[in-house]
Design a binder for this molecule. Structure first.
Ligand code: SF4
Length: 97
């Protein structure tokens, strides 16, 4: 019997997202993020939704968020102005395959 192992990207691709286009459940404060030396969000987010643009600024798309809360805990400079779960049935649905 052969067991096929799945990579992280493959497993993340199984998840289903219903994005609230009107209300972001995470809101960041770009002025604070620009001054942050640590930028832990770039490293700790398992979905890699935080990235740096060519000017070295944080860019962020909450649409692929896994709602783990790690960025909220690790952000030391209060760059995350709001973190809450998406309303109702919106957000991520995990599918383990
Ligand atoms: S809650 Fe988790 S998955 Fe969502 S943006 Fe923060 S670290 Fe990434």
């Amino acid at each position: 019997m052969t067991v096929k192992r799945q990579g992280t990207d493959e497993l993340l691709g199984l998840n289903k997202f219903v994005v609230d286009e009107e209300n972001a459940h995470i809101v960041i404060e770009k002025d604070i993020c620009a001054k942050c030396q640590n930028k832990a969000c770039l490293v700790v987010c398992p979905a890699s939704v935080y990235k740096l643009n060519e000017d070295g600024e944080i860019i962020f798309d909450y649409a692929g968020c896994l709602e783990c809360g790690t960025c909220r805990i690790m952000c030391q400079d209060k760059g995350i102005r709001q973190w809450k779960y998406p309303d109702g049935t919106l957000g991520v649905s995990f599918r383990c395959g």
